[in-house]
Design a protein around this ligand. Structure first.
Ligand code: NAD
Ligand code: 89Y
Length: 341
């Protein structure tokens, strides 16, 4: 049995709570929730039948015997909460973005190594069902060595009502979405040698940039074009699907709208549909993300139980954050930038 406590019961936490509940069959027990807003903690506890309700992470850790803490708060609270959990010896997961500065991410990664307590980042977009299928096809060797990709997330879905804090972030789209799509670029093509980026602030009633068009040269020579925007006014709006075009020496994998995956290998093409596993608690248009939350939780849980590093470990995510930092610098200085580390 893995006893899980969740810190943060806001907009996105319902997906984590539902995911852990869905994993009950795998031996997960949701035993405690915590939110500094007492009403939100109580509401989550009632909705999910959770006995432990707390307004403070330290109180939760002192009172409960937890095997895993899942932090689903906004980014500025991540470092103190991660430190609290790791110093209490509890394996921890923290939502994206890991932190706003690379130095803070490195400090959390290093603390995890020093105290010998695992830390992972809930980076879920690479777990979207069609991307997982594309990765399995790539790993099978069917399309040969991948050497070019285009990854995009283009939407004008109203994200600001559910997440009003996004309106006031002065660095918006790379920190909020770039973390996902640059992570996907690393997932398929490996580490980045350098990145160039153009950012745009197309919507005038928000504080930050809402569009980023990035070009990555990867260590092994591959190139990716990585795009994310909250200001693409087109229908159908595919929020929150990530699209992918991946080309290799023998063929390609293209993830199109609505989970259609076209695989071309040695001159022959076939189409597969990689639908997310839709559960009754999920709703459109979020279900591909909600399914990826379950997959991310299951992946990290399995790795922690086996004493292994999850694919989305803190050490892995530091490289995505380094790429985001380099993208902001590249856009500002109008040059290609090598990520730190
Ligand atoms: P939110 O503000 O709606 O909820 C956060 C909750 O955390 C609030 O209820 C707040 O009271 C609580 N909180 C803050 N500090 C706390 C502390 N120290 N102790 C206890 N409770 C505390 O935010 P949200 O929209 O749910 O976003 C949370 C995180 O999820 C963000 O990092 C966001 O980027 C991320 N997110 C991820 C995805 C994804 O697909 N991976 C999607 C949306 C949001
Ligand atoms: O904050 C964003 C994320 O991480 O995934 C989708 C989102 O909620 C809005 O685009």
């Amino acid at each position: 049995m893995t006893r899980v406590g969740v810190i943060g019961c806001g907009f996105f936490a319902g997906n984590h709570l539902n995911a852990w509940k869905q994993l009950a069959g795998e031996g997960v027990e949701l035993v405690a929730v915590c939110d500094m807003d007492a009403g939100k903690a109580r509401a989550a506890a009632e909705a999910f039948g959770i006995a432990g309700v707390y307004g403070d992470g330290a109180a939760m850790l002192a009172a409960e015997k937890l095997d895993l803490v899942d932090i689903v708060t906004q980014v500025r609270s991540h470092k103190p909460l991660v430190e609290l959990c790791l110093n209490a010896g509890v394996p921890t997961i923290v939502q994206k973005p890991f932190a706003l500065s690379l130095d803070d991410c490195v400090a959390m990664r290093d603390l995890s190594a020093r105290v010998g307590v695992p830390l992972a980042v809930h980076e879920n977009f690479r777990f979207q069902a069609p991307l997982q299928l594309a990765k399995r096809i790539l790993d099978s060797g069917e399309i040969g060595q991948a050497n070019w990709a285009r990854i995009n997330f283009r939407t004008a879905h109203d994200i600001y009502t559910g997440q009003p804090y996004l309106r006031t972030e002065e660095k918006l789209v790379i920190n909020d979405l770039g973390v996902h799509v640059l992570d996907v670029a690393r997932f398929f093509l490996g580490e980045a040698r350098h990145i160039s980026a153009e950012t745009q602030h197309r919507r005038t009633d928000i504080a930050g940039e809402d569009t980023a068009t990035m070009l990555v040269r990867h260590e092994f020579g591959a190139v990716s074009v990585v795009e994310c925007t909250y200001e693409a006014r087109r229908l159908p709006d595919l929020f929150p699907q990530v699209l992918l075009e991946l080309e290799g020496t023998r063929g390609s994998v293209v993830v199109k709208a609505n989970y259609e995956v076209v695989v071309t290998a040695d001159g022959a093409a076939r189409t597969i549909t990689a639908e997310p596993d839709v559960q009754p608690w999920m709703q459109q248009p979020w279900n591909v993300v909600q399914d990826s939350v379950v997959a991310t939780c299951a992946h990290i849980l399995k790795a922690y139980r086996a004493g292994e590093m999850p694919g989305v470990s803190a050490a892995d995510n530091v490289k995505t954050i380094a790429l985001c930092e380099a993208a902001y610098e590249a856009a500002e200085r109008e040059v290609a930038v090598r990520p730190r580390g």
